[in-house]
Design a protein around this ligand. Structure first.
Ligand code: PGA
Length: 251
């Protein structure tokens, strides 16, 4: 049975004073029925990891370089993120694919770097609205799955997040049918590629305008093992009800 995971993505938001929100989340769920991960800006990782070390909230990052060290001004390696206290790192978020021209190959190399540093790679994929409207959703997702996920991926080091680009930050979540279709497709693809044991053990998250008021419906969809939450992960008031919905779905 897959343990559910609520992952937050603060993106380029948050300063030291905002870490109070994490403390509130941790104290609201001292022994949660699901895993909790907050992917923070790099500037906050070390402090957050130290403050949350005695809690069940894991701290993660939002990107890493594919090399372990070297002449890459401004970049941060997975090894450095692990050193700062991160347990996981998002790779291939659509904002990075778009803003930094990241290809599936780049994303795969970053996931490998994360694995090498002992981090869980949260590998994001998802179609644009133009691709969906053209009926190409499953083609795009299939290609991203094939080329962004390393051969050595397993349930212990990899989580896949389906995030339709048009649903991110738009307030317009995908419908239950749309999510169910893509998650079933992803599960089948993972089983085909990695075999039944690994393919059924890798967790699949949905992301894109997950909010307190739609979380229960989303978590009831087959093959949805949790969520990657952007805007609604920034405050305990929004994130805690999502955690509660996920914990309830576990029962
Ligand atoms: P959102 O972002 O929840 O604000 O739509 C999700 C994400 O980009 O991971």
């Amino acid at each position: 049975m897959r343990r559910r995971l609520a992952a937050g993505n603060w993106k380029m938001n948050g300063r030291l004073a905002d870490l109070d929100q994490l403390a509130k989340i941790a104290s609201a769920y001292p022994d949660p029925a699901c895993d909790m991960l907050l992917c923070l800006p790099a500037t906050l990782i070390h402090t957050a990891a130290a403050r949350l070390s005695d809690t069940s909230v894991m701290v993660g990052a939002q990107d890493c370089h594919c090399a372990a060290s070297g002449a890459h001004t401004g970049d941060i390696s997975a090894v450095q993120l692990a050193d700062a206290g991160a347990r996981a790192v998002i790779v291939g978020h659509s904002e990075r694919r778009a803003d930094h021209s990241e290809t599936n190959g780049t994303v795969c190399a970053k996931a490998l770097a994360a694995h090498g540093a002992g981090l869980t790679a949260v590998i994001c994929l998802g179609e644009t609205l133009a691709e969906r409207d053209a009926g190409r959703t499953l083609d795009v997702i299939g290609a991203q799955l094939a080329a962004s996920v390393p051969e050595a991926a397993g349930a212990e080091n990899t989580v896949i997040a389906y995030e339709p680009v048009w649903a991110i930050g738009s307030g317009r979540s995908a419908t239950s049918d749309q999510i169910a279709q893509v998650h079933a497709f992803l599960r089948a693809g993972l089983v085909e590629r990695f075999g039944t044991q690994t393919g059924t053990a890798i967790r699949l998250l949905y992301g894109g305008s997950v909010k307190p008021d739609n979380a229960t419906e989303i978590f009831a969809i087959p093959e949805v093992d949790g969520a990657l939450v952007g805007g609604a992960s920034l405050t305990a008031d929004d994130f805690c009800p999502i955690l509660a919905a996920l914990a309830a779905a576990q029962d």
